[in-house]
Design a protein around this ligand. Sequence first.
Ligand code: NI
Length: 177
Amino acid sequence: MAIRTVLKMGDPRLLEPSRPVECFDTQELHTLIADMQDTMRALDGAGLAAPQIAVGLQVVIFGVDHNPRYPDAEIVPLTVLINPVLTAIGEEMEEGWEGCLSVPGMRGLVPRHRRLHYRGFDQYGKAIDRTVSDFHARVVQHECDHLAGILYPMRIPDMRNFGFTAELFPGQDLQDN
Ligand code: NI
C-alpha cells in the first residue's frame, strides 16, 4: 500500500478514456484499490478515480464519512465501483460546488443529474446496484466522468462560477483539496 501521486489538470493522461477491468479479485486489483484508498485518505478527498493515479482502468472509489471539505454533506458509504454504468433518472438537474484532487485549490459550480441509478462491481466481482440522489449522485457522476476523460471544469456552464476556494469561500477554512 502506498500514497500515489495524483495527476493534475493539464496532464494528458487525465483526458484518456479508461479500459474495463476484466479480472476481479486479483492481487493487482487489490493493490490498486489499497493505493487509491491510502491516497484518497491522505489527501482528504471524497473520491478518486484510477486515471488520477495514472492507471487507465474503470475503477473509482468514493465515500464521505465526515469531510471538512464538505461540512454539510450527507454521508456516502465507502464504495469501490468498477466498470460502472450510470443511468440518470428523470430530467432534474441540480447545481452544486465541486472540487477535485486533480484541480487543487479550486471550486466550480456544476450541474448534475439529481437522481441516478448506477451499477457495476466491487473488487471481488460482486454486483453493485443502487439508486441514489443529491450529493451521493453528484460524487458518482464526478468520479465516473474521470473514466471518460472529463474533468469537472469542462462541465461548468458559467465560468464566472469557477475560482480559487479561498476567494470564493473566504473565511470558511475549507481545505485545499
Ligand atoms: Ni475529481
